[in-house]
Design a binder for this molecule. Structure first.
Ligand code: ADP
Ligand code: ZN
Ligand code: MG
Length: 668
């Protein structure tokens, strides 16, 4: 009973919770980021600055080049040192003891240490000037008898190279390494060189300790995965017979139902390496890196085969490409690379790709094509026994008082997913500690339910007992109509486990054969089944609810198609009445459909015809359900108890009823 999702035809089975709250983005498993080494870089920067100040600018001792030449002519200068950008002249007075080799070290505007304009022996100031390109200087010096020699740049070659080149280079490299991981969405400590490396986590063989025993309440999903495990354990057996094992299996289900856990447990059971990467790791990455990571991931996987590659939160990269405006280059590249890798490897190497999503309807259809994720495993919210099993699993490591009854807790927690139940046990343990006890009591668990439920209520996932009763009758109404309408598909499953926003229950029918055509009777039968939910509410409670909105919309649409598109009406038998309305589902904008091609009175007829079909079918459904009222009640009660009825359980209810009535008829 729902506005959105209640009546899922089996083809849409994979559609789970289109409105489910977005999955909690847990931090992707990653190596802890190195702490921000800002101090280090401030220090380096500081050193650079200080040296910049220390560099002797030596402006004081400078004279103009012309003055310098004049001093040579005036014989004030005895010896000249010619550098590429500085020229130093030493005064004549101390000339006798001058030692060339110990000449002043510095003087050029590079970094230096000793005061440059002191002559080492005479402590006399020297004359410095910036040379001008001047071919005549040497001639002048010769004529004046001045000693001169050329000096290579700078004094200490090492310090010069270090401060001019190495230090800034180190500084900028450091800055780059600091920034890159941020650009790269967190490359972790691997930094620079591991940029394209996949961050998929490899858990080596034997290290995955999780097994199917740790996953409870999802037996159907486990059964489907057992085949994969068998293949991974002994691939030869399958290859010998030439069987094709699926490459990709998609785990589909609401958040917190244990998809990630199940993937890990599959690797644990098969005892193979497990590579996990999350789709959200690829988001916000620099272009090209995502694709490189996918490539690297598969390369690693091939080396370790047989193994499992698990892509968590596939929807983050696998979103349909068509519904994007302008596109998202990086994601698209990553997705394309994933498709290429999936197509490119031979399933015989023994790499099995598992993926998980809670929004399969958003996935790009290319991902779901044969040879890719063509097999889906539904991981649903647990039913009553499932919840009890999960509670049991999680209370293994917790000290529980022997008086605790987990089944009672399971009964009180419909709509809880595995993660909610794990959370519940943990909360209860915390509450026990808080009250100074060493064992968890029932009251702790009860209080924990309240706590967890308060959180869930905010997310709209819990309904009242009264609503639940109505939902149960509504769903059984659908199921009974499906059972007693000739030619209708048999009921596969009935459930009142809330399935996210707006979906309070559902009934699945399994088509017995592929259908391409529908007869008039079958279309009417479909309307009967859709309308059965509301009819059951009316029969049981005397009034109806808003829960049938979606059912009614779909039923009305079928009636409209019958009358207008398929000529299934008395007055316009075999006449197609084209109108804007008949294109309602085609998505064509109204104005482009043109004017309707029939008269006002025909429109009136169509409206009345649709209304009368709906009325007839509703009356028929009420009549049938009134007749079966005790079956309706009994089945609804059973559904309330168990929350989910399988095909067999439902069928045995029907058979019991038939026997009862038969016996009653024979007696009376
Ligand atoms: P999903 O990937 O479907 O969102 P997870 O696998 O991350 O859910 O589940 C989160 C946690 O909830 C698990 O680590 C586990 O502790 C608990 N949990 C969920 N489902 C189950 C389950 N079926 N059985 C046992 N524990 C479960
Ligand atoms: Zn319904
Ligand atoms: Mg998960």
């Amino acid at each position: 009973m729902s506005a959105l999702q209640d009546w899922l035809p089996v083809k849409d089975k994979s559609k789970v919770e289109p409105d489910a709250p977005a999955p909690k983005k847990t931090a992707p498993h990653s190596t802890p980021k190195p702490s921000f080494p800002i101090g280090y870089f401030l220090f380096l920067g500081g050193i650079l600055l200080v040296f910049n100040f220390l560099i002797p600018k030596t402006q004081a001792g400078f004279i103009e080049y012309s003055a310098f030449k004049q001093k040579v002519r005036d014989r004030e200068i005895k010896r000249v040192e010619i550098g590429p950008d500085l020229i130093v002249g030493f005064p004549r007075s101390s000339a006798d003891s001058a030692k060339r080799a110990a000449g002043p070290v510095n003087g050029q505007p590079g970094p230096g240490k000793s005061a440059p304009n002191i002559d080492p022996d005479g402590k006399k100031p020297s004359f410095q000037a910036i040379p001008v390109t001047d071919g005549g200087l040497v001639g002048l010096l010769d004529s004046m008898g001045v000693e001169y020699y050329s000096r290579a740049q700078g004094g200490n070659a090492f310090t010069r190279v270090f401060f001019n080149w190495i230090l800034p280079a180190v500084f900028f490299m450091g800055l780059w390494m600091l920034l890159l991981p941020r650009l790269g969405g967190g490359g972790g400590g691997a930094g620079l060189f591991a940029l394209g490396k996949s961050r998929a986590h490899i858990v080596e063989e034997g290290e995955v300790r999780v097994t199917f025993d740790d996953v409870a309440g999802v037996d159907e999903a486990k059964d489907e995965l057992k085949e994969l495990i068998d293949f991974l354990k002994s691939p030869a057996k399958y290859l010998a017979i030439g069987g094709r094992v699926p490459k990709g299996v998609l785990l589909v289900g609401p958040p917190g139902t244990g998809k990630t856990l199940l993937a890990r447990a599959t690797a644990g059971e098969a005892k193979v390496p497990f590579f996990r990467i999350s789709g959200s790791d690829f988001v916000e990455m620099i272009v090209g890196v995502g694709a490189a990571r996918v490539r690297d991931l598969f390369k690693q996987a091939r080396e370790k085969a047989p193994c499992i590659v698990f892509i968590d939160e596939l929807d983050a990269i696998g979103k349909s490409r068509t519904n994007l405006l302008g596109g998202h280059d990086e994601r698209e590249q990553t997705l394309n690379q994933l498709l290429v890798e999936m197509d490119g490897f031979d399933p015989r190497v023994g790499v099995i790709i598992l993926a998980a999503t809670n929004r399969p309807e958003t996935l790009d259809s290319a991902l779901l094509r044969p040879g890719r994720f063509d097999r889906h495993v539904v991981v649903d919210k647990p039913d009553l026994p499932g919840r009890e099993a999960i509670l049991r699993t999680h209370s293994r490591g917790v000290k529980m008082d022997p008086s605790v009854e987990l089944s009672a807790i399971a009964r009180k927690t419909p709509g809880f997913a595995g993660a909610d139940l794990a959370n519940l046990i943990n909360e209860a343990a915390l509450l026990a500690v808080k009250s100074g006890r060493e064992r968890v009591l029932q009251e702790d668990l009860d209080e924990a339910i309240e706590k967890v439920m308060a959180g869930l209520k905010k997310r709209n996932r819990i309904i009242t007992a009264k609503e639940k009763e109505r939902v149960a009758h509504h769903e059984i109404g659908h199921a009974l109509m499906a059972t007693f309408t000739p030619g209708s598909d048999p009921v596969e499953k009935v459930s009142i486990i809330p399935r996210g926003l707006g979906a309070l229950g559902f009934t699945w029918q399994l088509p017995t054969e592929e259908r391409f055509l529908m007869t008039e009777k079958e279309m009417l039968g479909r309307i009967d089944v859709l309308i059965g939910g509301r009819a059951a509410e009316e029969v049981m409670f005397g009034d109806v609810s808003t829960g049938a909105a979606n059912d009614l919309g779909r039923a009305t649409e079928i009636a409209r198609q019958m009358v207008m598109d398929h000529g299934m009406n008395d007055r316009f038998r075999n006449v197609v009445l084209r109108s804007p309305k008949s294109g309602a589902l085609s998505g064509v904008p109204q104005e482009s459909l043109g004017p309707r091609e029939y008269s006002e009175s025909t429109q009136q007829y169509v409206d009345e015809r649709i209304a009368s079909i709906m009325k007839d079918r509703y009356t028929g459904a009420i009549r049938l359900l009134k007749e079966k009222k005790d079956l309706l009640e009994r089945a609804a009660r059973r559904l309330l108890e168990k929350e989910t009825l399988s095909e067999q359980e439902f069928r045995s209810l029907i058979q019991e009823d038939a026997l009862l009535h038969h016996a009653g008829a024979a007696n009376g």
